[in-house]
Design a protein around this ligand. Structure first.
Ligand code: UDP
Length: 259
């Protein structure tokens, strides 16, 4: 890994220069942060699981015509993606009230929303990713109106697909965060899905018990976060039956050997 040029280190991922121009390698770390990085920790094996979950979801979304930056998974912790210019907006898709929405508007967590709600936050750590309206996005030129139409249409399709997929494995998709990027072709660019989709950026509750199977276990000190991520991957059928611990053992072996 040290041979490659590091482009950026984020909270949960490191980006390296890819093997060909226009490509990037995303390395998934075990590091976890919450509350704008005020709380820091690690979730054992998270990087391996998120790499696999995100690969799976992006691949399926590709099959239903959602373009994304995903090219292929390279190994346990890395995937090759297309280089894009990230739109500085986090798109939050909500089906059930939770988190900041519940706090802001006093709506009890778990209340189903009458219809899917899209929210936008301006990506700026120093400002704490503030909630913004589409008018702010247009006013400050963060994305054009045309780009926002593509983004919102894709977000709704992604939600419909993911809500169904998770319901099929006994998981309620409460809310999640998406990021999009501009893929340039000469002077033109088009919007594609970027970043990752994993339990780091989704609220996933067991359909029967409402048990949390996502990063809220870490944010709220509930414990069992590594097991929750594994449970999601297991229900998605992403690792051979009972094989997750073997894969994670192999990963920690390799890490110890500094590979
Ligand atoms: N989210 C995220 N990154 C952020 C903010 C939110 O991935 O910087 C995800 C979060 O995991 C949840 C959804 O977006 O699934 C909605 O989060 P919310 O606005 O409720 O904020 P939170 O309560 O997580 O601070």
């Amino acid at each position: 890994m040290s041979r490659r040029r590091q482009i950026y280190e984020g909270k949960a991922k490191i980006l390296y220069e890819g093997p060909e121009p226009g490509t990037i390698i995303q390395y998934f770390k075990d590091d976890a942060t919450a509350f704008n990085a005020e709380k820091k920790g690690t979730i054992n094996g998270k990087g391996v699981i998120n790499n696999r979950i995100s690969e799976h979801i992006f691949t399926l979304l590709g099959h239903i015509g959602i373009p994304s930056h995903f090219i292929r998974r390279l190994n346990m912790r890395e995937q090759l993606v297309k280089q894009v210019e990230i739109v500085p907006i986090e798109v939050i898709v909500r089906n059930v009230a939770a988190g900041s929405l519940s706090k802001r508007l006093g709506i009890e967590e778990g209340t189903p929303l009458p219809h899917t709600l899209l929210e936008y936050c301006y990506k700026d750590d120093a400002l704490g990713d503030p909630l913004v309206a589409e008018e702010h996005i247009a006013c400050f030129g963060w994305a054009t109106q045309e780009e926002m139409q593509d983004i919102s249409a894709m977000a709704i399709r992604i939600n419909d697909f993911m809500a169904g997929m998770f319901a099929g494995i006994g998981i309620k998709l409460v809310d999640f965060k998406l990021e999009f990027g501009r893929l340039f072709d000469g002077d033109f660019s088009r919007i594609i899905l970027a970043d990752e989709i994993s339990p780091d950026g989704c609220r996933l509750w067991d359909i029967e018990t409402n048990e949390k199977l996502d990063k809220d276990r870490f944010r709220r000190d509930l414990g069992g976060e590594a097991e929750a991520y594994q449970e999601v991957a297991r229900r998605m059928g992403l690792f051979p039956e009972d094989g997750i611990s073997e894969v994670l053992d192999l990963d920690s072996e390799r890490k110890k050997r500094g590979k």
